[in-house]
Design a binder for this molecule. Structure first.
Ligand code: NAD
Length: 300
């Protein structure tokens, strides 16, 4: 295997350390404790796991965590009323509504009810527009984590050919905006792209955010390219025993690692950076709310 492994776990631990330092400084110098409110509607098991680890890591870096768990049949009016209270609460600097929401709730309406200054997921249309026009915004956590790892690996990304596979609002589109902001030549590929292998072969940077296990084989990768695998897919692993499963990315790790110059593993690549960036965004939001200079290196 030729590729250097980009260790997202180590990156994330370092970023959380920086966040903890800034939180301590905000407390000591300004008497402010950043606060993150996480809202979970319903009992989706994966969402419960995410919310629990977000809360734990928020507390670990010294911030306040406010968890709001609502019944699956919560009305839109009640959810919007909670968001209005959190928008008005000066102790809350970041608000995250865990997605997906139950089907009777309008996700766009709910996300756009969050104060954009507290929208630490970066999904509010105002933040999407600010990012798209190169203005200061809250940047979605997963693409922000990918960008940080790419910058740390390459230094400047200027002039590089980047192909983002997937056009979701959460990952693909904001990732493309960030790469464009760093002066890459960006292609967004998706389910209707003609000759995807040929498009991917042009890329110095491949970001795969599709949700299809091991879809990208090594022979699509340009030798020496950097592969950022966002996908998290659970597949059967009978080799580990009856009924066992394991996580794989959207890229076929072994064959891509033969050809690529650098690659993020799954698990242990992009995933850990996502929560670390959520904590970083909460500190950024807290500094902006209090007119305190923003720390370097926590946002794009
Ligand atoms: P999504 O389903 O919203 O979007 C998937 C995109 O892939 C779509 O734009 C679609 O056009 C494209 N696509 C589907 N089939 C394709 C094909 N055959 N060829 C090319 N493109 C195709 O998914 P998402 O929310 O962007 O998530 C993508 C993956 O990333 C999932 O595995 C998800 O679990 C993972 N994810 C990981 C993190 C993390 O923290 N690591 C965060 C968010 C999402």
């Amino acid at each position: 295997m030729g590729a250097r492994i980009i260790d997202g776990k180590a990156f994330a631990a370092e970023l959380r350390g920086q966040v903890a330092d800034h939180v301590a400084r905000l407390g000591a110098e300004h008497g402010i404790i950043p606060g993150l409110a996480v809202v979970l509607v319903g009992e989706d098991p994966a969402s419960q796991v995410y919310v629990r680890s977000k809360g734990r890591m928020t507390v670990e870096v010294g911030m306040n965590s406010y968890e709001h768990r609502l019944e699956p049949d919560t009305s839109e009016a009640d959810l919007l009323a909670l968001i209005a209270r959190l928008n008005a609460d000066p102790k809350v600097h970041g608000i995250l509504v865990q997605l997906p929401l139950p089907g009777h709730l309008d996700e766009d309406l709910v996300i756009n009810a969050i104060d954009p200054a507290k929208d630490v997921d970066g999904f509010h249309v105002s933040n999407v527009g600010l990012l798209g026009t190169g203005q200061k915004s809250m940047v979605p956590c997963t693409p922000l984590g990918c960008l940080m790892m790419l910058r740390a690996h390459h230094g400047s990304l200027s002039g590089m050919e980047a192909v983002v596979i997937g056009r979701s609002n959460i990952v693909g589109k904001p990732m493309a905006q960030l790469l464009l902001g760093d002066s890459c030549t960006v292609t967004i590929a998706h389910s209707r792209t003609r000759d995807l292998p040929d498009v991917v072969r042009r890329a110095d940077i491949v970001v795969a955010a599709v949700g299809r296990p091991e879809m990208v084989p090594g022979d699509w990768i340009k030798p020496g390219a950097t592969v950022i695998d966002v996908g998290i897919n659970r597949i059967d692993a009978p080799e580990n025993g009856a009924g066992k499963t394991r996580l794989v990315g959207d890229c076929h790790y072994d064959s891509c690692a033969e050809i690529a110059g650098a690659i993020t593993p799954v698990p242990g690549g992009v995933g850990p950076m996502t929560i670390a960036c959520l904590l970083a965004n909460t500190v950024t939001a807290c500094c902006r709310a209090n007119n305190v200079p923003e720390p370097e290196g926590l946002t794009a």
